[in-house]
Design a protein. Structure first.
Length: 193
């Protein structure tokens, strides 16, 4: 199927939200459909951060900021190479998102005018808790359900006009369609593989 490369160059989309919102699931589908790089922020956490979360201790700014700066640097390399990336990252606070927005070398702090865009996956806490419990019971993940409340408490979306909200209870295909038409309006999607 025809896929216009020019429609998806030099952009980054961060799929944000609390644990269990479905970031990893949807990012992977989105990156496949858009044929672009996919990054999972969890892969960039130092072992100490993962161990902390495994023990049910929420991360602090001191834990998150070096991790976010590393993600910013990786995104910047992609943007400078005029490529596109989808990043799944909690990005719970406004100042965390500012670090990621500054991956755009032209970004003026506080302006929100960055090629790094945010989409928040939003779901009721009861849905999130059920997903995390199921995932943990399957032994698939280090993140315990007991950390969900701390994530919800930390979630700050004062800049919500700059964030596309998406209903995380809908199917991944529906989310991908919403995100694609918002961020890459001229893109022809290929669902073939
Ligand atoms: N739209 C959805 N409907 C039902 N279950 C979902 C949906 N999205 C994700 N899940 C399930 O919820 C759990 C958490 O999803 P995941 O993508 O790992 O979330 P996150 O990366 O945001 O923590 C996984 O077990 C996944 O299979
Ligand atoms: O900022 C944080 O506190 C973490 O990044 C956190 O938000 C993230 O959810 C965990 O790393 C588990 O992530 P997943 O549930 O997506 O694997």
């Amino acid at each position: 199927m025809y896929f216009p490369i020019s429609a998806v160059t030099g952009k980054a989309v961060v799929i944000m939200g609390v644990s269990g919102a479905g970031r990893s699931t949807k990012d992977q589908i989105l990156a496949k459909v858009l044929k672009c790089d996919f990054l999972d922020a969890d892969d960039f956490h130092p072992q100490s951060n993962k161990e902390k979360m495994r023990q049910g201790i929420p991360l602090s700014d001191e834990d998150r900021i070096p991790w976010l700066k590393m993600l910013r640097d990786v995104l910047r390399e992609i943007l400078v190479a005029i490529n596109t990336a989808i990043l799944g990252c909690s990005s719970l606070q406004t100042h965390y998102r500012e670090i990621l927005r500054s991956a755009d070398p032209d970004y003026e702090p506080g302006s929100y005018a960055s090629v790094v865009k945010f989409v928040m996956l939003d779901a009721p806490a009861v849905v999130l808790a059920a997903r995390l419990e199921k995932r943990a019971a399957e032994g698939k993940h280090f993140m315990p359900v007991t950390l969900l409340q701390s994530q919800l408490d930390l979630l700050q979306i004062h800049d919500s006009k700059r964030i596309l909200k998406d209903d995380a209870t809908l199917s991944p295909q529906s989310t991908v369609n919403t995100i694609t038409s918002f961020i890459f309006p001229s893109t022809t999607l290929s669902w073939s593989n």
